[in-house]
Structure formats: structure tokens, C-alpha cells
Design a protein. Sequence first.
Length: 480
Amino acid sequence: MKNKLKRDLKARHLTMIAIGGSIGTGLFVASGATVAQAGPGGALLSYAIIGVMVYFLMTSLGELAAYLPVSGTFATYGARYVDEAFGFAIGWNYWYNWAITVAVDLVAAQLVISYWIDLGSFSWLWSLLFLTIIFTLNYISVKGFGEAEFWFSLIKVVTVIIFIIIGLLMIIGILNGAEGAGWHNWQIGDAPFAGGFASMIGVAMIVGFSFQGTELIGIAAGESRDPEKNIPRAMKQVFWRILLFYIFAILVISLIIPYTDPNLLRNSAGDISVSPFTLVFRNAGLLSAAAIMNTVILTAVLSAGNSGLYASTRMLYALAKEGKAPKIFARLSSSGVPRIALYATTLIAMLCFLTSMFKDQQVYLWLLNMSGMTGFIAWLGIAISHYRFRKGFIAQGHDLSELPYRASCFPFGPVFAFILCLIITLGQNYEAFLQDTIDWNGVVATYIGLPLFFVILFGYKIVKKTKWVKYKDMDFSKAD
């Protein structure tokens, strides 16, 4: 009997998988950089604007995933509604994105745990331990992964809520230890918008990285129970919860810690191992709470890595199933897990061991840039696929009432998301070109994802002689 993916993920798993994938290193580790670089107002505005863009992307994905819930998600949609080569490139791009992101999360875990135990040149052993844990969780079954992710994410959500409450109590003076807190931190130096518009564009990459993971729900659609009902429900809940968490958390950080505080991570010389969340508790004199917070951050980082390993493994499986990757990766275990795809992805995640050779912060930020760019490409793919899906759906005489979930604000939503996402993608490191001497290392690290994507896209297109899919030729069958 041929093994199949198991539809064992419930609605609560779907919601927490999406939250778990996005509340991790971006919020707990990298958020300090946004406040330090763009000032409190700039950071808050960046999160709000990117948040609106992500909202439209999630409604687009919700419409696609509820209609066609497959693990191939963007790769399948891109191939069906844009061009087979586009789907191929998006799929491989997304696999690479999350494989690299797993490595980034393992680097972060290694740095966070040095708060207690610093192994010096042997710090890579921590990465090996954490990689073993998330590999085991993904190896067992999708139900095991979903359950672990549910509890990982619940810890993070509860922590963020408690952090916001305690932070607000400190700000209004009910809790002592934050006498310097208040709106005056928005008036120090160049605040609230330090560095102006240029800094906001630069920070948008970090903010975008923070929100990446919300689209994991599209990957999980292929293994969810009753996707036509559960995906729309999860989509509606996830975005607003995440936006609320991010906006309030950044506001609390900016009111308690001045953006000029040297402890906030500003560049490669910063101290990643001390999270802005930990700094807030330290400012309040709650040293034991700071240790607890670091434990939670460690859990959060593991959770994000766990989700990333799941997403990249399922994408590689879907590519193999569609003939766009070696067939061996489409093999499933009796428990419905594509274990050979898991082995391959885990090998790529071992990139994190580079940190034993180079200075931690430099490698961390380099990997952050690489995965951040490829994530934006995946988002651009969602916007294009949804726009053409809806146009083709109508052109073939289908009625919108046939859609289990319908994205609002069409065509404005996907068009707005595409334009804004494109501006941020291309403008992430534009200041590098304005200097007297161009920092080519920085330029390559930031933009490496773009040429890689186009080489894959046009390479496949030339070899396979694929054509742009016309609206009348689009396949709207629901067969997996």
C-alpha cells in the first residue's frame, strides 16, 4: 500500500504553527536592531506597514490554500497559475529559505544559551544538540510535530502577553525599576524617526524576517483536517494576534529602553545573546525573571527552527512528487513523514556550524540577510499566483461562491502587497551603492537570493521550454 501524508493537524495546530513560525528570533532576538536603527517611531511604523502587507498576503494565501490544500502550496500555485518554471523556482527558493532559516535559528540558540554556559570555540556543540532535538520531532510523525509546536508556541504567546503586561505596569509606575521609562524616550536624539526614511527601508528587511513564518499555514494545509473550514478560521485569527503582539511588544521596548542604548543590537558588533526582552526585565531589577525570559527565548528559537525544518522538508517532498526534484525525496515512511527529504534539509541546516569558524554576530547577520531576501521572493510569488488565480477563475466562468474562502480587497490587496514587497526587496541595501566605496560583501549577502532565483527560473524555462499559463488553460481541478 502506498504511503500518504497524514491529515492529522487540527485547527489549534494550524493556528499555533503559523504563530510559532513567526514569533521567534525575529521578535525575541532581532527586534532590538529595529529600534536602534530607525528609532522608536520608525520601528513601530515599519512593523505596522509590513503588517498590513502581510495581512493582504495571508488573505491571498488563504484563498489559494482553502481551495487547493496541498503541501506544495506556492510551488504548486505558481506552476498552475503563472508558469511551470515559476513554480519550480518558487519551490526551490522556499526550500532554501527555510533550510537557511533553520541554521539562523540554531545560531541564535547557541548565542542565547551562552547567557549561562559559554563553551567558547566549542559553542557549535549547542547547535548540534538543538538540531538533534528538532530533527527527532520532525522524524516521528506530523502529529508529534504539530503537538510539540502547539506547546512551544503556547509558551511564546503567554510570555509575550506577560511581557506586555509587566512592561505596561513598569511604564505607568505600578512596578518599580523603570524610572527612566516613558514617552521622553521618543524624544532623545533624532527620535522618534532616527535616520529618516532611509533607515526605515533598511529596517524593513529585519521586520519582514520577523513576520516570515505566517505563510507556514499554507504548507500545513496538505496535512490538515477539514482544510476548507480550518484554514480560513486560522487565517483570520493568526494575523491579528501576531500584529498585536509585535506592535505592543515594540512599543513597550521603545518606551523602556532608549534607542541609543548600546545593548540594543545595532550591527555585527552587537550582543545578540542579550535580547531586548531580557534587557527590559533587567532594567526592572528582575534578574531571575531575565533568566526565565532567556529560557523562553531559547524555546522560541527552537520552535521557529522546528517549524522551518517542517516547512522545508514538506516543500522538497512536494517538488519531488511533481517531478521537480529527485523522486527519492517523495518517499514517505509508514507514519507519513518524507524522511529522505528531512535528511537532505538537515544537512543544509548544518550551515550553522560555520559559527565555530567565524565571529558569531557576523555569520548570524549574514544568514539573516540571505534568508530574509528569499522569504520576500516567496511572498512576491504568493501575490502573483493569487492575482492570476482569481483572474483565471473568473475567466473560465467559475463563480466566486465556489471558493471556500474569499480574500477581500481584490485586486488592491495582492497588487499593494506585490508593489510594497518589491520596493523593500530591491531597496534593502540601496545605501551601499551611495557610498564612495561599495561594500560588495554586504551587497552580495543581501541580494544573493535574487540572481539565484532567476538562474533557477530561466534555467528550468530554457531546458523544459515552459510557457506562461494563459487564463483559459489554467487547471482548477482539486486533485492533489
